[in-house]
Design a protein around this ligand. Structure first.
Ligand code: NAP
Length: 326
């Protein structure tokens, strides 16, 4: 199987390096807005096909595409490739609006194609173990999920630049970027909340630099925080009346352990290298394509979760006052 890539930043290079560890999934096309850059990036990755025109690439002989462009471009680009019969793995968030995502899911289904949002957490072998281990905590009343990572692009923003990630034109900001990584585990582990309260620190560009959300459930509250303007040092935790689960790196669901009330500790899972995390994600994408019937239920559940997350992010943006241009 051959795949193409859109976007030539570090995350695309990480995806290619991870895909290189798989059998039968090779780079067959590179798109960049600049042809000379596409040629250079392709040649660095032993690929002979470079493009500066997306439609030409969509009509080429590749089977699939990995999209890692700024958020606001995902929907149109994914749509273009799906209508040309290509499977799509798209970086998060896969669309800006829930209706766009529904349309992409429908388009993929009608054409017998795979459309998958790239969320590494969902493709790790220890995912089920983490969810099962929640039972050991007893009655869970509270969880705190955080992803606060100072961005070098915040320094650039403060210096007067407008990097894509702080530009509303690209459907950016912290809720759309890091927020997705705290919302995904909340919905995966606990389902959709009955109430959401969100407040954010808005930048003059119009997007948020960080936010706090309270997800209210029948029997628990989950506090979600994320920031691109500060760095957290304490990770995340889920608190039960028998023990507490600590999560070192939430977006990977890694470095997880339980500390019981008597102080006894039980490790659940350690750290996972990024190459392995992304390779697991790419492996599932290939499996969904090669074994559609067997994996239909799994892909359908992932797509439903993706939609639930996007609807949640949309409500959080609304409450936070983050407005994107049409
Ligand atoms: N899964 C993860 O861990 C992870 C990590 C980082 C990012 N991401 C996601 O990956 C996507 C890309 O993020 P990023 O930080 O790499 O974004 P970015 O650097 O702003 O842009 C990514 C690529 O898109 C192209 N691009 C840049 N500005 C553009 C513009 N104005 N119009 C059209 N194309 C443009 C560039 O490629 P060319 O110059 O070659 O055209 C660039 O390499 C986002 O959706 C983000 O959420 C995911």
């Amino acid at each position: 199987m051959k795949y193409a890539i859109i976007g030539t930043s570090w995350i695309t290079q990480a995806f290619i390096d991870s895909a290189n560890t798989l059998k039968d999934f090779t780079l067959g096309g590179v798109y960049s807005r600049s042809l000379s850059h596409a040629v250079e990036f392709a040649s660095k990755n032993n690929c002979d096909y470079a493009y500066d025109d997306l439609t030409t690439l969509a009509k080429s002989g590749v089977d699939a595409v990995y999209i890692a462009s700024p958020n606001s471009l995902h929907y149109e680009q994914a749509r273009l490739f799906l209508t040309h019969g290509k499977h799509v793995i798209c970086e998060k968030p896969a669309a800006v609006w829930p209706d766009q995502l529904r349309e992409l899911h429908d388009l993929a289904r009608e054409n017998g194609l795979v459309f998958m949002e790239a969320i590494m957490m969902l493709h790790q072998p220890h995912l089920g173990t983490v969810r099962e281990s929640l039972k050991k905590l007893g009655k869970i009343g509270l969880a705190r999920f955080d992803f606060s990572q100072y961005s070098s692009r915040y320094t650039a923003y403060l210096g007067g630049d407008l990097p894509n990630i702080f530009n509303p034109e690209f459907a950016a900001g912290c809720i759309m970027d890091l927020g997705i990584y705290v919302v995904y585990p909340a919905l995966y582990l606990f389902g959709r909340p009955k109430e959401i309260v969100t407040r954010a620190s808005l930048l003059s560009s119009g997007v948020d630099a960080g936010f706090t959300s309270l997800f209210v459930y029948e029997d628990k509250q989950v506090v979600l925080t994320a920031s691109k303007a500060a760095e957290s040092r304490i990770g995340s935790e889920i608190l039960g009346d028998r023990g507490t689960m600590t999560i070192g790196t939430l977006f990977q669901l890694s470095d997880i352990g339980i500390t019981y009330l008597d102080g006894k500790k039980e490790p659940i899972t350690g750290g996972v290298p990024r190459l392995t995390l992304m390779a697991n994600e790419a492996r599932d994408f290939v499996r969904y394509i090669k074994r559609p019937q067997e994996s239909a239920h799994e892909l359908g559940a992932a797509q439903q979760l993706s939609l639930d997350v996007l609807e949640t992010l949309t409500e959080m943006r609304r409450q936070a006052g983050v407005v994107f241009p049409e």
